[in-house]
Design a protein around this ligand. Structure first.
Ligand code: ZN
Length: 477
């Protein structure tokens, strides 16, 4: 019979703050069965594998350092990692979200399933090494390069699932429904043919993926509606009905109110701002995540908080694309739930997303240390916990906390790293979030298994080599 594994850590960020000298037990399914603070280090061994003692209690593997819950990356388009940094120029014509999107479509329309797997594997290893332990892949690149569906409609999605499995990151796959080019249109444009499905096609895709995801560990299937530009009117009402019939409990994500052009077009075509239109047409609740929600009005910010929907913020991407700033501090003050995502992957580090979130508010309000709550006066700690817990709800995975019945998804910080020198407890977490490069993340565990140890992922050299080969080929085509 399989036995629990046990680990002994110097300190652990729990849901009641930082606790010292913790023994953590994990079952063979990767779930935490016991967390015991103030336990005895003498019972621990420093072996790399836990073992059983004579009385069948698992001997604990001692891992020095501070342990935090891993962060869910709640919004990723993996293939966009390949174009990070390639649109940072202005040749005199207007550089905007829409010019960036033209460049993104160019790349999207060249990628094969194998390119997708190679790019995603490199990205997912980068995510793990920076402290993300799960990812929600908002995936819309479904069909072949000419827009014809593959024999297996989930071919491109399987490339992402394979990459996640090989990297060892937990994944929530969110196949995206994309039906029209924009408001007032009935079809997609030529450069969106790979994205397009009608509702029957989407149902077939989703049902084939349900089988593929069901056979994998640490994987989950949800839904994405690309945006109101892509799905509105009768399409939106019928899509909502279909999603509810397929799985009532699966998470639903949608891009909304990212750009003012989108808000203004929604007002002129639909008679309402996107968030209000969504709310009045199909409604949203705690199962929904609104990606960006950048231009939400004050009333909409309250509406989202009241519905217990999550807002997923992607601060480095939103800054990179010149989107605007969501009123995060006000949303948190009304009890709103947030998650973070690296979206276009201009940065792959949860600390940078959280810093940027806090710094936007500091620059705007001309104050410091804004995003705290009454439980946690330390900004780094408060934001890390909010993003871990909110991210877990957003992507529908049993993670985000280190406590029994959650999956053992965690990171270990190197207490000897200069960034953490002389720091303990909450001050160490603040220093980790706000200070310095490279990252003090030393070890990473997903589902009770070490996927990064001593800053190294066992597949990183091979993944990087394959990525280099693929990128050189794509860049010269
Ligand atoms: Zn996105």
């Amino acid at each position: 019979m399989a036995k629990n594994k046990a680990f002994f850590f110097d300190s652990v960020l729990t849901d009641s703050g930082v606790e010292n000298d913790c023994t953590l037990e994990v079952d063979d399914g990767g779930f935490i069965t016991r967390l015991a603070p103030h336990s005895q280090p003498a019972e621990a061994t420093d072996s790399t594998e836990s073992a059983e003692s004579a009385d069948n209690e698992p001997e604990a593997q001692y891992v020095p350092g501070m342990v935090l819950p891993g962060i869910p990356n709640a919004h990723s388009h993996a293939f966009q990692r390949a174009m990070a940094g390639l649109t940072e120029r202005n040749d005199g014509s207007e550089a905007s979200f829409w010019s960036w999107r033209r460049a993104m479509y160019k790349l999207a329309n060249r990628l094969t399933p194998d390119d997708m797997r190679v790019i995603a594997l490199e990205l997912y290893i980068e995510m793990l090494k920076s402290g993300y332990t799960s990812v929600a892949e908002f995936h819309y690149l479904h069909h072949g390069i000419d827009g014809t569906p593959y024999d297996n409609p989930g071919e491109m999605s399987l490339a992402l699932l394979d990459a996640a499995e090989e990297a060892g990151i937990a994944i929530t796959l969110l196949p995206s429904l994309y039906m029209t080019e924009g408001f007032g249109k009935t079809e997609v444009s030529a450069d969106q043919r790979r994205f397009a499905n009608d509702l029957d096609g989407y149902q077939k895709l989703w049902e084939s993926l349900a089988k593929a995801v069901g056979a994998r560990t640490n994987a989950r299937l949800g839904f994405a509606i690309h945006s109101l530009r892509a799905v509105h009117g009768t399409n939106l009402i019928e899509a909502d009905r279909l999603l509810k019939s397929l799985d009532q409990s699966a998470p639903i994500h949608i891009h909304v109110s990212e750009q003012m052009a989108e808000v203004n077009e929604a007002i002129s075509h639909l008679g309402a701002t996107p968030i209000r239109y969504l709310h009045e047409t199909v409604g949203f609740d705690q199962g929904w995540t609104l990606i960006h929600a950048t231009h939400a009005t004050g009333a909409e910010v309250e509406m989202i908080a009241k519905a217990c929907a999550t807002v997923c913020l992607c601060p480095t991407t939103e800054a990179n694309l010149g989107d605007g700033i969501f009123e995060t501090a006000g949303f948190l003050a009304t009890g709103g739930f947030i998650a973070i995502g690296s979206d276009s992957h201009i940065s792959v580090d949860p600390r940078e997303e959280l810093r940027q979130l806090e710094y936007q508010a500091r620059l705007y309000h001309q104050k410091r240390a804004i995003m705290v709550d009454f439980m946690t006066p330390n900004v780094g700690e408060a934001l890390w916990c909010r993003a871990a817990e909110g991210g877990a709800d957003s992507i529908g995975q049993p993670t985000g906390y280190i406590k029994p019945d959650k999956r053992a998804d965690l990171i270990v910080l190197d207490s000897n790293h200069p960034v953490l020198a002389g720091r303990e407890s909450s001050a160490a977490i603040d220093s980790f979030v706000f200070s310095g490069q490279p990252t003090p993340v030393r070890d990473v565990m997903v589902g009770g298994k070490w996927v990064v140890q001593n800053g190294r992922h066992p597949g990183e050299e091979d993944a990087a080599q394959a990525y280099l080969t693929t990128m050189r080929s794509l860049m010269t085509e």
